[in-house]
Write a protein that binds this ligand. Structure first.
Ligand SMILES: Cc1cc2ncn([C@H]3O[C@H](COP(=O)(O)O)[C@@H](O)[C@H]3O)c2cc1C
Ligand SMILES: O=C(O)c1cccnc1
Length: 340
């Protein structure tokens, strides 16, 4: 075993030993839900969300410190002319996030969410996946570990977002490697690729998966070879949240591809996650289906930045507030069907 192989293998071990749901917190939340002044089930999916919060936080459903974490990275594959924007836009958007000028800033203000940006060596794009691995084992492990730091400042609802010109190509390659089919099944316009550019994008994804095909049975190798820094960091953040009992909202097509790596390594790895929003990127719904999930929102957005997760955080906050703040039948003096 090489020295650099050690930390990468630690992630394999960690992925095998994930904590399960807190059944006591879940039972307590179910019992309280039955007492609240509403017909059973009348809050529909909000009730499921409240139960999910209890199960994966290990306490009564509440959201006090929601956080949006945006991970930013650049990609060697962008040299193939697969996206209409230059990689310099990644850094420019990081500055825009810091200045409060992006869509995600306004959604965070609307729903009172914290926002942290993690930029990952933007001057050093990852390897060109069509002919080399995106990352070395050491880089991949270090970047996953860095992503785990996203929760270090404390949060009780983590929204996962990204910024990285070219990363819808990366997400498509990961999906093709994990789920098979044709490159066309997983490649969409992203920020607006069409015509010849879209053809190059499809070709890049096909070539990349063919180049690495002998190494793609191991999900962490899919991440290392076909991923990118923000993808590895998102995977690390989702994993850390599981270990620390923090429920997670996943954003669009790109964030879902990072999450899919973990699910491929351990089928229960995303039980603490919900998908916030189904992106307009055509492959997203199919990718979500592969995870056995149903997105909370469908607003036709195709932006990334964590916007879909952040909008869904408003719904999760409302679910927690209903559970925590509603009166019981007894408190409100409202007659319950079972007692009259
Ligand atoms: C101004 C601007 C702001 C964005 N915010 C998110 N993305 C999104 O678009 C990129 C992926 O699309 P593609 O694979 O086509 O390059 C990612 O950075 C993603 O977060 C943006 C893209 C642009 C141009
Ligand atoms: O759904 C996404 O994550 C997405 C879609 C288009 C561009 N960037 C991200």
């Amino acid at each position: 075993m090489t020295v650099t192989g050690l930390p990468f293998d630690d992630f394999r071990t960690l992925l095998k030993e994930l904590p399960g749901p807190d059944t006591h917190a879940l039972a307590a939340a179910r019992a309280r839900d039955r007492q609240l002044t509403k017909p059973p089930g009348a809050l529909g999916r909000l009730e499921e969300i409240a139960m999910w919060l209890a199960a994966w936080s290990g306490r009564s459903p509440q959201v006090n410190r929601p956080l949006v974490a945006i991970f930013a990275g650049n990609h060697g594959v962008a040299r193939h002319g697969i996206t209409p924007y230059p990689p310099s836009v990644t850094q420019q958007m990081v500055e825009n996030f810091a200045a409060g000028g992006a869509a995600i800033n306004q959604i965070c203000v609307t729903h009172d969410l914290g926002l942290k940006i993690f930029d990952l060596a933007l001057d050093y794009p990852t390897g060109d996946i069509t002919c080399e691995p995106a990352l070395s084992e050491r880089d991949c492990a270090a970047t996953m570990a860095f992503g785990m730091e996203a929760i270090a400042g404390g949060t009780d609802l983590l929204c996962i977002g990204e910024m990285g010109i070219g990363n819808t190509t990366i997400a498509a390659a990961i999906n093709l490697a994990l789920y098979g089919g044709e490159a066309e099944d997983w490649v969409g316009p992203g920020t607006g690729s069409d015509g010849e550019m879209l053809k190059r994008k499809i070709e890049a994804v096909r070539t990349a998966v063919a180049f690495h095909r002998d190494h793609l049975s191991d999900p962490l190798e899919v991440l290392r070879r076909l991923g990118g820094r923000e993808i590895a960091a998102m995977a690390g953040a989702i994993l850390a949240a599981r270990v620390e009992r923090i429920p997670v909202l996943i954003d669009g097509y790109v964030a879902t591809a990072a999450a899919a790596i973990l699910k491929a390594a351990n089928p229960s790895a995303l039980d603490h996650c919900l998908i916030g929003h189904v992106s307009g990127e055509p492959g997203h719904l199919r990718a979500i289906d592969k995870l056995g999930k149903t997105p909370l929102l469908a607003l036709g957005m195709r932006l990334g930045e964590g916007t879909g997760a952040a909008l869904a955080a408003g719904i999760v906050k409302a679910a927690a507030a209903c559970h925590a703040g509603m009166a019981t039948f007894e408190q409100a003096g409202v007659t319950n069907s079972s007692t009259h």
